[in-house]
Design a binder for this molecule. Sequence first.
Ligand code: MSP
Length: 511
Amino acid sequence: MNFYITTPLYYVNDTPHIGHAYTTVVADVLTRYHKLFGTATRFLTGTDEHGQKVQMAAEKRGVAPQEHCDLLVQNFKAIWSELNIDYDIFFRTTDPLHKRAVQEALTQLSDAGEIYHDEYEGWYCVSEEIFYTEKDLVNGKSPNGNEVSKVREKNYFFRMSRFQKPLVEWIESHPEFIQPESKRNEVLGFLRKPLEDLCISRPKSRLSWGIELPFDKDYVTYVWFDALLNYANGVGFLQKDRAAEFHKWWYPPEGGALHLIGKDILNTHAVYWPTMLMALKIPLPRTIFAHGWWLTPDNEKMAKSRGTGISPLDVKNLVGVDALRYFLTRDIFLGNDAQFSVDLVVSRTNSELANNLGNLHSRTTNLLIKFFSGRMPEVVSVSERTQKLATLAQQVPALVRKDIERMAPNLALGHVVDLLNEANRYLEERAPWTAAKTDLPGAAESLRAASEVLRISAMLLSPVMPTKMKELLERIGWSAPFGFAETTQWNLLATGAEVKKGDPLFPRIGS
Ligand code: MSP
């Protein structure tokens, strides 16, 4: 099965904060794991550039919308590069290729009778770019507490209501479609009320920044209708020369998208998008996975608009890119909320990277240098205790893989942490620093076993911390490429390989 993962396309109204970095880092980590497992992968991220929110941001800065987008996109790309994000596709909704495909989709839907013209009267929330009805509002605001304004205009509608029943049936018969289960239940709850048709246009007289409707030049396409199509367009939908590619990534059983999103945009992804696809007669994504939010210390969603957005680069500058990626993968259960604070990042980095991993690494290399001239020693016999550690280590890769495949990366990392803890205990028991003086082969056996745990752990952690784990592997004498098979085998480090000394990979932060 191929692995095609997407992040939301972020609005280019501001620079990304930790929340945006989170989705993108997790998507990158999952992609790198699937690559390690030997799967064909594709990873799409990008920017959502049309709509009122972006138009207003451009106006505020006194520049034309396209110019504004071109500039802000550079911020996203630069930050993703600093965070070591290895995407295959950076999708921009102002790309002419996307415009053509959106217009083609609209033409098809209009020809099929799925679109009609009518009066729209209701409320619009610019910060969410969502239409609300009177009864949706809570104390005069959107259900999420954002400002709304009254809208009354002639618009085009997509006959979304027609697809309510097939959508409910699909969700009920495909448990993997909306995850986690609590979110699936939320969507099913929402679909218990009658589903209305979806307004899919804005008159140019109100909003000019968008993709023109192919059948009425006085209108632009509603931004969500335009943006959601990116996921399919990015892999070739409605582009004649890319039909095979589209098939490969989109069509089950080999293809099928995994949309990783925040829970703030669940309905647009789990209701608008699948009904659009049903009307277009193409398969639905395999999974829409809604993760939780990073919260401020006051337990509110971290958001730029509330002034609580923390810059990922500030955190990176403090702990380094790999430790930040590790924290974002490790400290939150995908699907739940968790608090974000620099103190929490520092404490996780110190306990698991500087102490647990760092101690095992520095003790092992220091002793190898001291007693074995920095060369991986030969092992003559293997004790039961060492065999026990080896057996444990060889069980870890399958556990990691299982948790990655079931979207629990924090637990996947937990298995490696447990192994490292066990290896530290093993060294304490075997005390090679004392043994070396009386039983050199015994010390060789312990240090080699510890090195093997380090090798396996570094390989299994490399999707999360590509740079530091590559360095760790090189320092213990491994510089060859590797795949999942190498993580499952014991004793692969070559006898005589050079062990290098160096500064701690993860220096302790703070006092
Ligand atoms: N443009 C739309 C998405 C269109 S997809 C076709 C959008 N953009 S956004 O810039 O507002 O990004 C929202 C996404 O950013 C969330 O779904 C989530 O992935 C991420 N996050 C923003 N704040 C977040 C937190 N505080 N915590 C975790 N993730 C959050 O919505």
